[in-house]
Ligand binder design. Structure first.
Ligand code: G3H
Ligand code: 13P
Ligand code: NA
Ligand code: ZN
Length: 328
C-alpha cells in the first residue's frame, strides 16, 4: 500500500528503527527492492532521482510503482523524489503519484554552487506548504554533501557542490537546523556529516574526524521530534568491490559508511538512510561476472537475473540491519 514519508517515519520513530531508501531506475531494481521488503515483512522507501525520471520516463516510472504496490498490497511503500532541485520537479513528481519529495535547496538549482540559507529556507518552505496541502511529505537538506576527509565538494558523481568547501559548509549547524525546521515545516531533514554520494567516500575506514556522528547526536538533542536523513550512506562492501574487480573491473580501493555507524545514527534520530551505490555495485558486479564466466551469453535475462538477486540480497540485509524488518 502507498504510504507517505511522514506516516512511515513517524512509525519508525515510535518503534526505534530506520528505513533504507533505495533508488529505482528500472523494473529490475523495483522488483529487487519490493521483493526484499516482502521477504522480511518490512516497509520501504523507493526513490527516483531526476536522472531516473529522465532515464525511465515519468509515465513508465509511475506505472511501475503502481504495479509494485498492486503486487505487494501488504507492504507499505513510500515513493519519494530524490534530490528535487526546484518546485517544478517536486510538484510534477506529486502529480505522477509520488507520496513524498525532497526539495534539496542546499545547492542553487541547476548549479553546483552552495545556496544561501535564505534561498534554501524560502524554496523549501514553499514546496512544503503546497505538498502538505495535497497530502505529500517533504524532505529538506541543510548543509552541503561533500568530503570532510578532503575538504571538497563532490566532483565525479552525485549532487554535491563542486570545489573546495570549508568544514563549516560540510557539517550541518545544529542551531541553524532548529531554525530551518521551524521555518520550513519539513517532515524530514537531510544533514551533512561527512558523507558524499558515490563509491569514493573515504580512503580509509572513517573515524570521527571524517564522519561526524557527533553532528547527528547534537542535532537530535536539539530536535528530538525531527526525522533525520543520512545521504551518501552506502557501505561499499569489500566483497562487492572484490567481485567487481575480480571480473575485469578497475575500481580503486575505497571505504563507505560502516553499517555500525548508521545503526548508531538510528539510535539518535536517523530514520531514512539513502542507498544507491551498494545496489549499483551489486548489480554491475554480476554483469561483469556473467560476461567473464560465460563469454557466449547474449540473453540479457541471464545478466539481469543474477544482478537482481544480488541487489535483493543487499536490500534485505540493510532492512534487517536497520531494524526495518518485521514492521510492515
Ligand atoms: O543522489 C544520488 C543518487 O545516487 C542518484 O544518482 O542522479 O545518478 O540517478 P543519479
Ligand atoms: P550512495 O551513493 O552512498 O548510495 O548515496 C545515495 C544517496 O544519497 C541518494 O540520494
Ligand atoms: Na532524498
Ligand atoms: Zn543523496
Amino acid at each position: 500500500a502507498r504510504i507517505t514519508l511522514r506516516q512511515l517515519l513517524d512509525h519508525a520513530a515510535e518503534h526505534d528503527y530506520g528505513v533504507p531508501a533505495f533508488n529505482i531506475n528500472n523494473m529490475e531494481q523495483g522488483l529487487a527492492i519490493v521483493e526484499a521488503a516482502a521477504s522480511v515483512d518490512a516497509p520501504v522507501i523507493i526513490q527516483a532521482s531526476r536522472g531516473a525520471r529522465g532515464y525511465a520516463n515519468d509515465i513508465m516510472l509511475a506505472k511501475m510503482i503502481e504495479a509494485l504496490i498492486e503486487m505487494y498490497p501488504d507492504i507499505p511503500i513510500c515513493m519519494h523524489q530524490d534530490h528535487g532541485n526546484g518546485e517544478a520537479t517536486c510538484f510534477s513528481a506529486i502529480q505522477y503519484g509520488f507520496s513524498s519529495v525532497m526539495m534539496d535547496g542546499s545547492l542553487e538549482a541547476d548549479a553546483k554552487t552552495p545556496a544561501s540559507y535564505d534561498y534554501n529556507v524560502a524554496i523549501t518552505a514553499r514546496v512544503a506548504e503546497v505538498a502538505h496541502l495535497v497530502g505529500a511529505s517533504v524532505e529538506g537538506e541543510l548543509g552541503v554533501l561533500g568530503s570532510l576527509e578532503h575538504g571538497t565538494g563532490e566532483q565525479e558523481d552525485g549532487h554535491g557542490a563542486e570545489g573546495v568547501l570549508s568544514r563549516d559548509q560540510l557539517l550541518t549547524d545544529p542551531d541553524q537546523a532548529v531554525d530551518f525546521v521551524m521555518r520550513t515545516k519539513v517532515d524530514a531533514l537531510a544533514i551533512a556529516m561527512g558523507t558524499s554520494h558515490g563509491a569514493y567516500k573515504f580512503s580509509r575506514k572513517p573515524d570521527g574526524e571524517i564522519l561526524s556522528m557527533k553532528v547527528i547526536e547534537e542535532i537530535h538533542a536539539k530536535l528530538p521530534n525531527t526525522h533525520l536523513v543520512m545521504h551518501g550512506s552506502s557501505s561499499v562492501p569489500q566483497d562487492l568491490q572484490d567481485i567487481f574487480n575480480a571480473n575485469g573491473g578497475g575500481m580503486r580501493q575505497t571505504f563507505g559508511v560502516p553499517v555500525e555507524e548508521i545503526v548508531r545514527g538510528i539510535k539518535h534520530g536517523v530514520r531514512k538512510v539513502n542507498i544507491d551505490t551498494d545496489c549499483r555495485l551489486a548489480m554491475t558486479g554480476q554483469f561483469r561476472r556473467i560476461a567473464t564466466e560465460f563469454k557466449d551469453e547474449f540473453d540479457p535475462r541471464k545478466f539481469l537475473k543474477p544482478a537482481m538477486d544480488a541487489m535483493r540480497a543487499v536490500c534485505k540485509l540493510r532492512l534487517e540491519q536497520f531494524g526495518t524488518a518485521g514492521n510492515a
